[in-house]
Ligand binder design. Sequence first.
Ligand SMILES: *Cc1c(COP(=O)(O)O)cnc(C)c1O
Length: 484
Amino acid sequence: MASDAAETGNLQSLLTQLGAGLDDYLKFDHPDALHPSKRWREHLNQALPREGIGIQGVVAELVQQIIPNGSAVPRPGFCSFITTGATTASTLASTAASVASPQRYGLTAFNFLEALSLEWLAEMFGLKSVQGVYSSGGSVANLLALGAARQSAFERIGRDPAADGVDRRVAIYASTEAHHTIQRSAGVLGLGRRAVRPIACDARGRMRVDALQRALDEDARSGILPMAIVANAGTTNTGAIDPLQGIAELAHARGVWFHVDGAYGLPGILDERVAPLYAGLERADSVIVDPHKWLGASVGVAATFVRDRELLQRAFTQEPAHYLEGAVEQSGSTAPILEHSLDDFGVPYYDLGVELSAPARGVVVWALLREIGVAGIKARVERHNEMAAYVAQAAREHPNLELLQEPTLSICCFRYVAANVSDLDLLNQRLHRRLIRGNQNLPSTTRVNGHLALRPCFIGARSELSHARDLVADVLRLGSELAA
Ligand SMILES: *Cc1c(COP(=O)(O)O)cnc(C)c1O
């Protein structure tokens, strides 16, 4: 019978076995998990184990049954949605954290790296005089930023919304292309999803500043409190960057909180060809970025930056609890606090957001920056933007392709066209299904200005220009087969 007694000292050999299984997986020469010959579900679908199979049994099942039937997301040709596989450095760092720092608090090296890596991110993206906090993803990062915005807007009229709730209608202004986590944040914050005012975009998916101004004017006449303006630095759909400078000017003139959602696109600022589009970012009151997107962190790492973290603390603090204050009386003591006192929690990240127990995430960001530096991240961002530009150029030049949106970052929306086919949406839908079945080049689809588009989003650390070329070749081959 397997017991807990073996919980010591055999990580080295177990991780070696696991590593071999993961290396095999990363060769991507196994059929995908949806393949009809794959019978993993029958194997795994077992009753609650009354007796354990022991750690060797667990490793064997992980390596033989589970890892090879994992997700297609880490594939170099995967370019759907905005998600990617962790780089090796992130995998190692998150493994290390799960063993050596199950929590981010305490005066440990891990807690220190939370702060240091947040400073590194801010510096890399040109954010000055900001303070950050990590959370699980862009959804929560936006929630925290908007929680700070709510706190700021209500404190100005002499109220504490975190303690007392909200007593009047507010509006959050975000473009029709904004991520829907903005609406959810408004719901969670007690403002109501309908507090989000959809602002029209131009034909390239960028918020129209004139439409924003009109909405602000209208609401001012109706006595609605303007709580925040949300701008996109890289929309999820097409990678468009809103006119940050114009929006910042309007936000400042009206005294409204200016939030920039850079979950996907903030790292684009490292590419000098598009960096000018980020002018105005420096005037933001809050900014978010997802290291688990373009930076290749293991999933569960986002950062929110604000100018004044005390606003976050007032918005999200827990009521004081005796188990957090420490058992040892420190007041009145003149003795220096012991460096390794368990009563010292380091930076109290648990009071700046909505999580108490949370993994150490800074070490993941630290690892990926230590490994390849800003230069390595910049080269990756430039490569991915060039891949989108390559697809755009091919779509402009080939008579059977049509570019549906000029790319800004690493997303390119295009479609297959044929003179003899009238329903191009259906043709591209079928083409997309065939592509996915091939399990090599995996873009998503979206709608752009009324048309169904193939939408590669290049963000994987393992994807290269050759994958953009393969994708275009695949689309042309499948398109001509289907149109024949
Ligand atoms: C992905 C994304 C989000 C949500 O982030 P998660 O990490 O998936 O929670 C928010 N905003 C934008 C612009 C995004 O691309």
